[in-house]
Design a protein around this ligand. Sequence first.
Ligand code: HEC
Length: 239
Amino acid sequence: MSLYNGCRMQCQKLWILNFLLFAFCTDAAAHNVGNAITWNREISRIIYQRCASCHREGGTAFSLMKYTDVQPRAVAIREAVLSRTMPPWGAVKGFGDFRNDQGLSQAELELITDWVDSDTPRGNNPNALPKEPKFQKPSLFKLSKNALTVSGDFTLSREMTLDGLFPQSVPDEQSTKIVAVLPDGAIEPLLWLYEYKDSYQHPFLFREPITLPPGSIIRGVHTNAKIALLPGRKKRSSK
Ligand code: HEC
């Protein structure tokens, strides 16, 4: 670029600009405004969007609605998001393809870890804090009437289009690899539950509905677990 092409005037101007910018930034950091990541501005938004559905008064886990709830748990939060145990998913990624996978984006993850590493500034502009989200209570997943609950291997007597699966009850720490064995012997991966807890109460919704012909066997659900097959609409374009 022209910056380094010997255009001295330009460079000098830039230099001064940089200096001013630098002075402004260091000043800003000292006051926790400007570029610093704060609870009021960035972190509350991530938590409200990604964590508060469970982490709130009356939710399935301790509240993370207020700065005073979050700040003392900052280190645990950093560990939980870095290890990707939170938000919980409870299944092996890459086995089955789900549209409601709620993993944090890399950007969200970095905002949280940088914030914790810079001593969790609250920020001093309370107007930047968004309103606390409201949730219906209880926000439990509603099972539709035509869902089909299976325990143990199950053979479909009719064609069924699956929109997803919902673990109704699974013993804690049980790992369950669920597949559909098609009549021609082909295997369709459905869901590999791993460290799923009943308290998560979330369905696994496929990115594309899966149509299974009659005679397909849903295999892998333990006899002491209950998994609901959620019916969906057959894709029009499918053969
Ligand atoms: C689907 C519900 C749900 C969501 C969404 C969720 N959590 Fe949790 N979280 C739980 C439950 C339930 C527990 C209690 C421990 C357990 O059963 O694993 C928990 C526990 C934790 C813990 C304690 C972990 C420990 O080491 O004991 C932290 C920290 C945490 N959550 C942070 C978060 C953060 C941060 C987010 C958002 C990025 C989040 N959670 C999203 C349900 C949720």
